[in-house]
Ligand binder design. Structure first.
Ligand code: T5A
Length: 211
């Protein structure tokens, strides 16, 4: 994958529904700001006006509204818009970008759980010149517990939450497999710990891995 062209740092947070990614993103950003860094918190799908418009297509409606290829194309279009308008400008000015979901989510949801060919995602990543994150946290959590945490929090934005238990089990297994394949980039955190413990573990890893 392409190296990240920037002077800032690119951190991504991955995991199933309700694993605590947004909570960790806020905590990490506060910790970085306390250390004098500029921290930009963003998310996918979304993070820029065009990408936010595509988000509505992806997270609303019936679970069967799009097949895995259609989803991957929409996520790639949103990701390109997000990279162009938010992530690359922030990295170029030296900010630390904390992104709630990125291309590992596409590999877990559309490839591993949805059946898309891995090569299709590899091609899309090349086409949109998606930079590799400097560090990725995988928040590992039982899908039923995560779905219970996130229930009712995204009214009308629950298209993926409606997928069945086997789908969410494949998503979880793939995030762990990605972390196993790329240990230099990924750190797995047990998301059943308290939010404070999760943040402390992540903050330590940032200090150790990103100087
Ligand atoms: N998707 C996305 C794909 O299929 N392919 C892709 O390529 C991409 C990018 C996005 C959907 O799109 C799919 C995946 C998703 O289904 P979303 O609305 O962004 O949808 O969904 P989530 O990312 O799952 O967002 P959630 O808000 O549901 O989950 P978070 O961010 O992981 O959880 P968070 O931090 O909001 O916490 C949820 C609740 O738990 C509490 C929080 O206070 C909150 O109430 N909490 C904790 N409680 C106890 N202990 C902890 N450690 C806690 N951490 C948080």
């Amino acid at each position: 994958m392409n190296p990240t062209p920037k002077s800032g740092r690119f951190i991504t947070l991955e995991g199933g529904e309700g694993a605590g990614k947004s909570t960790l993103a806020r905590g990490l950003a506060d910790a970085l700001r306390a250390g004098g860094r500029e921290a930009v918190v963003t998310r996918e799908p979304g993070g820029a006006p065009g990408a936010d418009a595509i988000r509505a297509l992806l997270v609303q409606g019936d679970a069967g509204r799009w097949d895995a290829m259609e989803e991957a194309l929409l996520f790639a279009a949103a990701r390109r818009n997000h990279l162009t308008h938010t992530i690359r400008p922030a990295l170029a000015r030296g900010a630390w970008v904390i992104c709630d979901r990125y291309y590992d989510s596409t590999r877990a949801y559309q490839v591993a759980a949805g059946g898309l060919a891995p090569a299709a995602l590899d091609t899309l990543n090349v086409l949109i010149e998606a930079p590799a994150p400097d560090l990725t946290f995988v928040l590992d959590f039982a899908p039923d517990a995560g779905l219970a945490r996130s229930q009712g929090r995204h009214v009308g934005e629950d298209r993926f939450e409606k997928k069945d238990a086997a789908f969410h089990a494949r998503v979880r297994a793939e995030f762990l497999a990605i972390a196993q394949r790329e240990p230099q980039r990924c750190v797995v955190i047990d998301a059943s710990q308290s939010a404070e413990q999760v943040l402390a573990q992540a903050t330590r890893a940032v200090a150790e891995r990103l100087k």
